[in-house]
Design a binder for this molecule. Structure first.
Ligand code: FCB
Length: 451
């Protein structure tokens, strides 16, 4: 970053005391590439991209940002930004190519090098165990629909805890439980491309149990661990006042927002799901799920408008926001007040410190550099400014927010959006792999410097 970086403006920086954590987030499959290198096994996302379709352009994560080979440069970019922390995920099939059993030393070494490089650079590693890339070998055994997945995840957590727990103290079990389970097992729009009610219910319960097993494992094996889970909370609003939309949105709300944090933090499922999930719940399960946690990870982007949709298995689906609502370049509602209110409500509901583990702005624009080589992403910059100001308001009204991670450090493989959707504050040219910090990155660096 240079001295020419735009100034953050006093109102954005002042509410954040020293110790407030400023970071950036990524995930393994979205950036690493090297999909078939050094012994990595296939994940369910490799299989979805290759054989199940549904990804823009036929894109895959085979190369992605080539972060596996460019890790040191990417940490240097973070040093340039001045971030305090980096949230990344471990690729389960890179360290356990068949999901269990034989470990892959080369894969484990990669994260050793990353963690060491971060620590040498004064950046705290925040390690997320699961950001959606289940080893395909485990999917072949039923994946999360098989109750044995609880033990598989516990063993994988133990491997990571033993290997990295001397240096990594911030741990998250899963990223966005509700999103990968809904999209992967109910809508069929994400890996492993299933749409089946009974499978979806079993998966919800087993993933909750796996979370509990992961927490217990980390607690036992990592002295001084600070453990959380990362939830997608996007307030649900009915797309119309028609009773069928209101009722569908209520069920959608339970699934999207509460099916995981409620059992994990209050030891019960929300009412409609509780009835349906009962056959999967064995005595003692709720206590196994509800293990004490140190923080709540919030990924927030926009409210969701739910409606009745009989083409989808649960009868709920996505409606349109009101026409007068401002939207981002990928048509997501733009509503910083909703972010502020979500932070306040979650503080009241769960009484845990909150880290905003993802928030950011996506566009389908190519964001090519201008004649001076600058990438002027004015809309993303304005979005971050407004959302960070909304977070300050939330703090002033009692929300216990302790940190904020931008999604994302880099443009990357944006799941079904492939490489056509860019969320990075650093631009990636996917032909040359050249990185250019965008204007939003310069602004964010300035904010952190002033914070
Ligand atoms: C979240 C995911 C993350 C990224 C952002 C845009 O749902 O956790 O991987 O795709 O959305």
């Amino acid at each position: 970053m240079t001295d020419a970086s735009p100034s953050p403006g006093p109102s954005a920086a002042q509410p954040y005391p020293p110790g407030f954590v400023w970071g950036v987030s990524t995930s393994a499959y979205q950036i690493e590439g090297a999909a078939a290198e050094d012994g990595r096994g296939p994940s369910i996302w490799d299989v979805r991209c290759r054989t199940q379709g549904g990804v823009v352009n036929g894109d895959t994560g085979d190369v992605a940002c080539d972060h596996y080979h460019r890790m040191a440069d990417d940490v240097a970019l973070m040093t340039g930004l001045g971030v305090d922390a980096y949230r990344f995920s471990v690729s389960w099939p890179r360290v356990l190519p068949r999901g269990r059993g034989g470990v892959n030393e080369a894969g484990l070494d990669f994260y050793d090098r990353l963690i060491d490089r971060l620590l040498e650079s004064g950046i705290e590693p925040w390690l997320c165990l699961y950001h959606w890339d289940l080893p395909q070998a485990l999917q072949d055994l039923g994946g999360w629909a098989n109750r044995d997945s609880v033990g598989w995840f516990g063993d994988y957590a133990a491997l990571c805890a033993r290997r990295y727990g001397d240096r990594v103290k911030r741990w998250a079990t899963f990223n966005e439980f509700s999103v990968f389970t809904l999209f992967g097992y109910a809508f069929g729009w994400g890996a492993p491309s299933i749409a089946d009610r009974a499978t979806h219910l079993a998966v919800i319960h087993h993933v909750n149990l796996a979370h509990g097993a992961g927490v217990d494992t980390l607690r036992a094996l990592v002295p001084g661990a600070s453990i959380g889970a990362v939830h997608s909370v996007q307030p649900m609003r009915p797309a119309s006042s028609r009773p069928e939309d209101v009722e569908a949105a209520a069920l959608f709300d339970e699934h999207w927002n509460w099916a995981f944090p409620d059992p994990q933090l209050r030891a019960h499922y929300p009412p409609r799901i509780a009835r349906a999930i009962e056959p999967h719940v064995r005595p003692g399960d709720m206590a196994r799920i509800a293990r004490p946690l140190d923080w709540f990870g919030l990924n927030h982007y926009a409210p969701v408008y739910g409606r009745r949709d009989d083409s989808l298995i649960w009868g709920f689906g996505f409606g349109s926001p009101p026409p007068e609502m401002t939207r981002t370049a990928i048509d997501w509602p733009y509503d910083p007040d909703c972010f502020r209110d979500t932070l306040i409500d979650l503080t009241r509901r769960y009484r845990l410190p909150i880290y905003v583990t993802e928030n950011g702005y996506g566009t389908k624009a190519p964001e090519t550099p201008d004649a001076d080589g600058r990438v002027v992403d004015a809309d993303r910059l304005a979005y971050l400014q407004a959302y960070i100001a909304a977070m300050a308001e939330a703090k002033a009204r009692g929300a216990d927010v302790r940190g904020y991670f931008v999604w994302s450090l880099l443009d990357n493989f944006e799941w079904g959006g492939g490489y056509g959707t860019r969320f990075g504050i650093v631009r990636v040219d996917f032909t040359t792999q050249a990185r250019i910090p965008k204007e939003s990155a310069r602004w964010y660096a300035g904010l952190i410097r002033g914070a």
